[in-house]
Design a protein around this ligand. Structure first.
Ligand code: B12
Length: 426
């Protein structure tokens, strides 16, 4: 078979609505998915990547195949993009979190869909596409090994942000919280890349600040320790996401700090034990939060708390109580979210069965600007107002001073972040 040159157009979709919602988020990080999938494309394909957070899609572009990745709130927009290319007779492939959660819905808008992970199916599809005998749906029955995961193609990273590089070492999280989509996407299976391959990619970025986009860098503590030893010689700064278990192992924290960890994003979710229990995250012991935060701080690592409002056990006082707690604990950064039942999760199924889903307009499933379900102990308007109050209070000058003077850990990392959020939220 002759291998003719072909063009693959990859699109990281981001709807105008979600871009508006995220404008106040100072950190609009580089996305790995498409530059990573590009690394699997056969060499006779020319691969182009449009990241909509950087520039709009040009519908006149020449392409033999278009592939789009998107999150739930960008689904209607991604379907509209797909329709424009399909009108021109260009086949469109859809994949990513929302497609995995809602495959039948996505299938109606695409020539081909990918359900789950694509490491083994994507190269197979590319071969079959060229041979003109591809399927309409590729499903990863068994989560793939990441033993041979390639480096993402840096030439396809288009965002200018504060980071010097983004990569992942592990994928998945062993826990199965009701609101989280990861358990469905990755079947709660944690996979790990080879430590030497991760260290090589990490060292290959010219910049100093690196984000490890792992779902939970503490999911395998011993692997993480080996990884941190391998990252340390590169003398860079990094941040990642971790479950509270990170705070239970001093050696983990010490090695993390020595390897350049400046901040860990920890999913505290709520300061109400009843609320975390309700969504099957009871391994978060609220009574231990202060000790856990202090322990992370004692190793010189800042904490970014992930907080969600709107659980059934949340009463109207939850917003003020949470802010009192975060300020007293000297938490350096926080990401607040409105509880959002993503279709395909257990949370969605429960709220739907209880008749509490208020809208099926997916563009509103953004966790920041809209409440899409009826909360148990407050009105949707009170939930939205409480979320906005939390953001405003946490990033007020008074709170910034109070929190950062209480625990001045990694000020060179946390102060610019706080100032950036404080200005963006004004
Ligand atoms: C990095 C990240 C971000 C970054 C960058 C994302 C971006 N679009 O710019 C930032 C911080 C900006 C971000 C923002 C948001 N995020 Co985010 N994010 C992540 C995170 C932590 C890692 C994603 C990643 O790079 N993974 C590594 C790559 C290699 O894996 P992957 O994307 O899963 O891709 C594999 C397969 O899914 C598949 N695949 C994926 N797409 C495609 C497409 C095709 C064509 C094919 C063939 C295959 C394929 O192939 C890959 C290899 O197997 C994930 C968690 C996760 N593990 O996915 C959450 C996650 C994707 N985010 C999530 C959410 C909710 C959001 C926000 C809505 C949050 C908010 N309220 O603002 C926004 C939406 C932003 C937007 N523009 O739409 C949810 C998605 C839920 C959902 N139902 O869609 C996740 C799953 C987190 C979670 N625990 O629930 N996010």
């Amino acid at each position: 078979m002759s291998l003719t040159a072909r063009i693959l157009l990859l699109i990281t979709a981001s709807s105008p609505e979600i871009q508006r919602v995220r404008r106040s988020r100072v950190l609009n990080f580089q996305q790995i998915t498409m530059p990573y999938l590009a690394a699997f494309a056969p060499p006779h394909w020319t691969v182009l990547h449009i990241d909509e957070a950087v520039r709009p899609v040009d519908f006149g572009m020449q392409a033999d195949l278009v592939a789009i990745t998107f999150h739930t709130p960008s689904a209607p927009h991604a379907y509209a993009l797909a329709a424009r290319f399909r009108q021109r007779g260009i086949p469109v492939v859809l994949g990513g979190p929302h497609v995995t959660l809602m495959p039948d819905e996505a299938q109606a808008h695409a020539d081909v869909i990918f359900v789950g992970e694509a490491e083994s199916n994507w190269p197979q599809f590319m071969r079959e596409f060229e041979a003109g005998r591809h399927s309409q749906r590729y499903c990863s029955i068994e989560p793939p090994t990441l033993e041979h995961a390639p480096m993402s193609r840096k030439d396809l990273f288009h965002r200018r942000d504060h980071t010097g590089g983004v990569l992942f070492a592990t994928r998945g999280c062993p826990y199965s919280c009701d609101f989280c989509t990861l358990a469905v996407m990755y079947q709660s299976r944690v996979r790990k890349r080879r430590v030497d391959a991760v260290a090589e990619e990490y060292g290959s970025f010219p910049g100093k600040v690196i984000i490890l986009w792992d779902d939970n860098i503490a999911s395998d503590i011993e692997y993480a320790k080996t990884l941190f030893r391998a990252l340390a010689p590169h003398r860079k700064w990094w941040s990642s996401q971790a479950s509270i278990h990170a705070a239970q192992d001093d050696e983990f924290l010490e090695l993390a700090a020595r390897s350049g960890c400046k901040q860990l994003f920890v999913g505290l979710e709520s300061i109400s034990q009843a609320s975390v229990n309700e969504v099957r995250k009871g391994f978060n012991r609220v009574a231990d939060y202060v000790r856990a935060i202090e322990r992370i701080h004692s190793h010189g690592i800042a904490v970014q708390a992930g907080i969600v409002f709107g659980f059934d056990n949340d009463k109207r006082g939850i917003f003020g109580e949470t802010l009192d707690f975060l300020e007293a604990a000297g938490v350096q950064n926080a990401t607040f979210n409105i509880l959002t039942p993503f279709p395909g999760t257990r949370l969605y199924q429960r709220l739907e069965a209880e008749g509490r889903i208020l809208t099926r307009d997916l563009s509103k499933y953004n966790g920041r600007a809209d409440v899409v379900f009826r909360p148990r102990q407050m009105s949707p308007e009170e939930l939205l107002a409480g979320y906005q109050y939390a953001n405003r209070r946490f990033y007020s000058w008074k709170s910034v001073c109070r929190r950062l003077s209480r625990s001045p850990v990694q000020l060179s990392w946390t102060l610019p972040l706080n100032l950036a959020y404080a200005f963006a939220l004004r």
